[in-house]
Design a protein around this ligand. Structure first.
Ligand SMILES: [Cu+2]
Length: 453
């Protein structure tokens, strides 16, 4: 799916799937995108120049300039979102999408954001991390009256500092965030060379609880979510990231789930260069390969893509790299249950238990699943099933990826002699286990150094 629909055409074009609805009043037109393809970076047609970001499986909201104000129009509404091929969810979002479109502007911009509510209940929008007048902060009841269904409110403020921010409702929050209402907000530096990178990816961490076979998230779930998403997508539905060897890459992730996510990138070492509080000074950075993004936090990481390859990029909580499974599945490792399962399947087709050899069998098993349900572990690589779901994707670094080309280069062609290979000599002989107290280090005993041929 990653090649499908990723448009490399002119940067300003939003491409197929974009619908413009001319507004009767003087409101800015409503731009709506309903398919989950990653759109190319939206180059600014006017206003201050900046290097645009790429939203994974998302897009940036166009604006209009009016008397020196940058005007955006967000519409809160029910949406249908494909989480990965084979599953769609009925969510709430903005302008046809969940998450809503990314809003990009520049330090010093005066911004006017119209928010129209097409939900069945009231809402509001909070601009997470933005320094603004108190009455624009969007906490319903505290800073403003709620936006009733059918009404439009206007937010106006100046972007006083650059950085990485988010927007989300501060009204019936548990329901509205559980339904997918959120979006990314990037304020670019006034000086385009400040913190300049070659590629700048953004996405939100979000989670849903959708029963296998159903379409709508359970909104009273507090912790026990079963779909762990980046921008309301799960592997293998999450866009791959691409970079050219030697390029400087930034990835910004904001966490609007109810738990933390240790994000782990293979093949690089990175530094945290920004939070939702601002940019991190050079003297305060250190090398990392995993960064924990806590609830309500945003982290911007930067690295130089040094080594070509297909590098895994995922949350390090292993249950977050899986799609839904029954919670009552017993561990059956070591149990021979073949006869039993066949018997049960005669009366309950589709019945299964966790494999006696672990769960890897499920990566390639064609199981009978309820409709609109994803396999627990899925996605194929060039060597077989990847056995992942949820918060997992691939960072593809290539020597020949052209600058500003975001198209998928396919799987990495490993140079000969650089792939782990099978040992075809004699299998190991029985290992020696020295008696305790013999003084012989255990470490030596497990080394296969005493083979007789
Ligand atoms: Cu996680």
């Amino acid at each position: 799916m990653n090649r499908r629909g990723f448009l490399t055409a002119s940067a300003a074009a939003l491409g197929a799937g974009v619908v413009s609805r001319a507004s009767a009043a003087a409101l800015p037109e409503v731009v709506s995108v309903t398919d989950p393809a990653t759109r190319p970076p939206l180059s600014p047609p006017n206003g201050r120049p900046y290097r645009p970001v790429v939203t994974l499986n998302g897009w940036s909201l166009p604006w209009r300039m009016k008397n020196g104000w940058k005007e955006f129009h967000l519409v809160a509404e029910p949406v249908v979102r494909e989480l990965a091929p084979g599953m769609v969810a009925r969510l709430w979002g903005y302008n046809g999408s969940s998450p809503g479109p990314t809003i990009e502007c520049v330090e010093g911009d005066r911004v006017r954001i119209f928010v129209t509510n097409r939900l069945p209940e009231h809402t509001s929008i909070h601009w997470h991390g933005i320094l603004l007048p108190n009455g624009m902060d969007g906490v319903g009841g505290l800073n403003q009256p709620q936006i009733k269904p059918g009404k439009t409110f206007v937010y106006e403020f100046e972007m006083v500092k650059s950085g990485t921010f988010m927007y989300h409702p501060h009204a019936d929050e548990m329901v509205q965030m559980a339904m997918g209402m959120m979006g990314f907000l990037v304020v670019h530096p006034k000086d385009p060379d400040f913190m300049r990178v070659d590629r700048d990816y953004v996405f939100l961490l979000n989670a849903f609880d959708i029963e296998p076979g159903s379409y709508t998230p359970k909104v009273n779930t507090m912790l026990d979510f079963n779909l762990w998403c980046w921008n309301s997508r799960v592997f293998p539905g999450i866009q791959h990231l691409v970079a050219r060897t030697g390029e400087r890459v930034r990835i910004r992730a904001g966490n609007l789930t109810m738990t933390n996510h240790p994000l782990h990138v293979h093949g690089v070492e990175f530094e945290v260069t920004g939070t939702d509080g601002g940019w991190v000074p050079k003297s305060a950075r250190w090398p990392e390969v995993t960064v924990d993004v806590a609830v309500g936090q945003m982290r911007a990481i930067e690295f130089v893509a040094m080594r070509p390859g297909d590098w895994a990029f995922h949350c390090h909580k292993s249950h977050h790299t899986m799609n839904p499974m029954g919670h009552d599945v017993p561990t059956m490792i070591g149990v021979d249950h073949r006869g039993l399962v066949e018997t049960i399947q005669r009366v309950a087709p589709g019945y299964m238990v966790m494999g006696e050899r672990g769960m890897a069998d499920m990566g390639e098993m064609e199981m009978a699943l309820p409709e609109n349900t994803l396999p627990m572990m899925t996605g194929w690589g060039q060597y077989g099933p990847i056995e992942m779901g949820g918060m997992f994707t691939v960072l593809k670094v290539r020597d020949d990826q052209r600058p500003d080309d975001y198209s998928d280069p396919g799987w990495y062609r490993h140079p000969p002699g650089t792939v782990a290979y099978e040992w075809t000599g004699a299998p190991p002989e029985t290992e020696r286990r020295p008696e305790p107290g013999t003084g012989e280090p255990t470490l030596r005993a497990v080394k296969p150094t005493h083979h007789h041929h």
